[in-house]
Design a protein around this ligand. Sequence first.
Ligand SMILES: [Zn+2]
Length: 209
Amino acid sequence: MTLKLYEWMMQGSMPVYTSLSKIGGGIIEGIYLSHLLDQGDKLEDGWLRTSYEDIYDALRFTKSEYRSARQKLLSRNLITEKRIGIPCRIYTQLNREQCNLHLAGEHKHTNTVADFVRINAALLNSLSRAGWKRAKSMGIHADYVSYADVFLRDKGVCGLCGASALHSIGQRGDDTQFDHVIPLSTGGLHTLDNIQVSHAVCNLRKGAH
Ligand SMILES: [Zn+2]
């Protein structure tokens, strides 16, 4: 980090809390949480306007940073969003209780398999659809497989390492993913039997072999 950036962080109006980056799963997520904490505090109801233009004005996020930060924070249940008006504006509120649990490192014990499926319902649905479409587009036999069902069947346990994968859905570290037991590239099918819960890191390791 350059000294200039460090000075900016120390003197700037918006502190970037290291611990918020840790619970958010990245620096961009940490900056977003800091912004919500800082600006949301000044509002009576805590609902901050967070359409892309608002976030671009405040934080200069790119569209993909904006999208992935929100997805990550929603999947960790750290924020709640609502849409108001036509054209719709997005408003976001910080889930303080969940943030405190994450900061205290207690989230891994409090998240149950049922909680995880409930919190991530929308994301699990869209991943299920995307996985189905992708397999079909490859000309592979593909059933519609509900990843929520896979997660419940596997009780949230990674089929590759045997540890629980109850943190959040994503691309890094102990994030949850869904793995084809026999890879599609080696003749595996997109069926309930052939899909299991895995950590991102375990999936990556398997792919490298
Ligand atoms: Zn694993």
